[in-house]
Design a protein around this ligand. Structure first.
Ligand code: ATP
Length: 467
């Protein structure tokens, strides 16, 4: 049992480098954590300075000596045993413990290792010399409350990255590796009938889906690190994308993204969807908000996200988000009000709308049309290419859009056919994409030599759909 002694401002910590409370403009130092002793003669400590040390040396913030620790423990304490410090990274505060000792510092019984650091989390127990010699419990102000154990034991949750229709996305850090991820929390509420279908409640089925989603591995598909499904929410740990959404990239231009850059982006999206379809996964919710960019520059790696959502949330919710419009939804879904059975061609339609909007900055279907409803325009395939929006777009690109936005799914190009379209018969494009994601991921290279170093075995698994 841990004995926690109430905290008061300590007199041992040298208060040299204060972070003053700016809001109140009074000389009150900001506390970012506390150390609560688990041994009678140790003092509690408010963590105020950015670095804090414990050891035998008199220049440590907490000095261990014959007065506060027994001689048999004192002899295994190093001059500087451990250091606790905070770093403000990426608008988040991360708190670390670094082990400086020979005999070891332990967090919740696990040895940190000399010269190594771990991310400290609320409630962590710190031991010295041996796991049983607990000295302090760490408490921080940024608490990860209400998180399932599977998440809180592995990750430290920090700042909000953004909010979507289904929930919020936060920046998290893996406690062991210190790597950053995005954690999406999808709250199960009255708007979202999660796991409604009887067979969907089957834990074995859910775990199987999770296994498939976690095993996906493609440079243009967001890697799903972990999924935790609880009664109230689904927590998804995702690869972090720091370049924002394709949606924001499009709106930063007046008339769509310049064609050469749009082509690099769209080609990667097609490769991702081709890969997902090969794995038996239909995305069902492709839209620029679900396509993320790794960097804020024109030729960047693009990744498709949110492809697993339909496994966890009700189908209709995914297809038309609570407050959203079915702008990217295929006509066959609208015609059957989301209750039919569809092929992966529903993704191809969404790709057509994405290509249209990426190149022109405008949507092909409008809610403001006085004569036709949005659903009528989509189900009848009524759209145009206004000169004002498409004046800088090539005829080949327009031809591709026309062949994708075909109401009959059996007459719509397939993803394989899109990859063979003349718009992609472009050596500069394929070289750039192969430099970004590796030439082994280029499905159809039109005979260009994209990587001279690469030797292709006749029986290689590399996918080629062109002769
Ligand atoms: P919707 O809920 O309609 O799908 P959305 O896709 O914008 O909309 P989320 O996917 O929940 O909603 O994303 C919310 C915010 O979090 C967005 O600003 C998005 O850019 C950000 N975000 C989502 N996933 C990641 C990620 N892997 N890395 C970095 N930021 C992310």
């Amino acid at each position: 049992m841990v004995e926690v002694i109430p905290c008061s401002l300590p007199d041992t910590q040298s208060q040299k480098e204060f972070d003053w409370n700016e809001e109140n403009d009074i000389n009150v130092p900001k506390v970012w954590g506390w150390l609560y002793p688990t041994r009678l003669h140790l003092k509690p400590l408010d963590l105020v300075n950015s670095t804090f040390t414990l050891g035998r040396s008199i220049d440590c913030d907490i000095v261990l000596n014959g007065q506060n620790i027994t001689p048999n423990i004192l002899k295994i304490v190093s001059k500087r045993h451990f250091k606790i410090y905070r770093e403000d990274v990426d608008q988040s505060t991360i708190m670390y413990l670094e082990d400086c000792s020979y005999n070891g510092t332990f967090i919740n019984g696990q040895r940190v290792g000399k010269g190594k650091k771990v991310i400290l989390q609320n409630g962590d127990e710190i031991s010295i010399g041996h796991p049983s010699v607990r000295v302090y419990v760490f408490k921080c102000i940024c608490d990860s409350v209400h998180l399932p154990k599977e998440i809180s034991s592995k990750y430290v949750v920090t700042r909000l990255l953004g909010t979507g229709a289904c929930g919020e996305v936060k920046l998290v850090w893996n406690k062991k590796t210190c790597e950053k991820y995005a954690m999406k929390k999808i709250v199960k509420n009255k708007f979202m009938t999660i796991l409604k279908k009887p067979q969907a409640n089957d834990p074995a089925r859910i775990m199987n889906e999770v296994k498939i989603l976690k095993s996906l591995n493609h440079p243009c598909v967001i890697h799903m690190e972990d999924i935790v499904d609880t009664e109230d929410a689904v927590y998804i740990i995702l690869e972090l994308m720091e370049g924002g959404e394709l949606f924001d990239r499009i709106v930063s231009f007046n008339l769509g993204i310049p064609e050469p850059d749009a082509k690099i982006i769209f080609y990667q999206i097609i490769l991702a969807v081709y890969y997902l379809h090969q794995q038996g996964i239909t995305h069902r919710d492709l839209k620029p908000e679900n396509i993320l960019l790794s960097e804020n520059r024109p030729d960047t790696i693009v990744k498709v996200s949110d492809f697993g959502l339909s496994k966890f949330v009700n189908e209709e919710t995914v297809l038309t988000t609570v407050c959203g419009t079915p702008m990217y939804v295929a006509p066959e879904i609208l015609l059957t009000k989301g209750r039919g059975s569809y092929t992966k061609q529903i993704d191809v339609w969404s790709l057509g709308v994405i290509l249209y909007v990426t190149l022109s900055g405008h949507l092909p279907f409008s809610q403001d049309d006085p004569k036709l409803t949005l659903a009528e325009q989509i189900t009848k395939g009524i759209y145009t290419f206004p000169y004002s929006c498409f004046k800088n777009v090539s005829n080949t690109a327009i031809d591709l859009i026309k062949k994708i936005l075909v109401v009959d799914p059996t007459k719509r190009l397939t993803v394989e056919e899109i990859l063979k379209h003349p718009w992609f018969n472009d050596e500069i494009l394929l070289s750039k994409v192969s430099r970004l994601i590796g030439s082994e991921h280029i499905v159809c290279d039109f005979g260009f030599n994209l990587d001279e170093e690469q030797v292709f075995e006749p029986n290689s698994k590399r996918l080629r759909i062109c002769n």
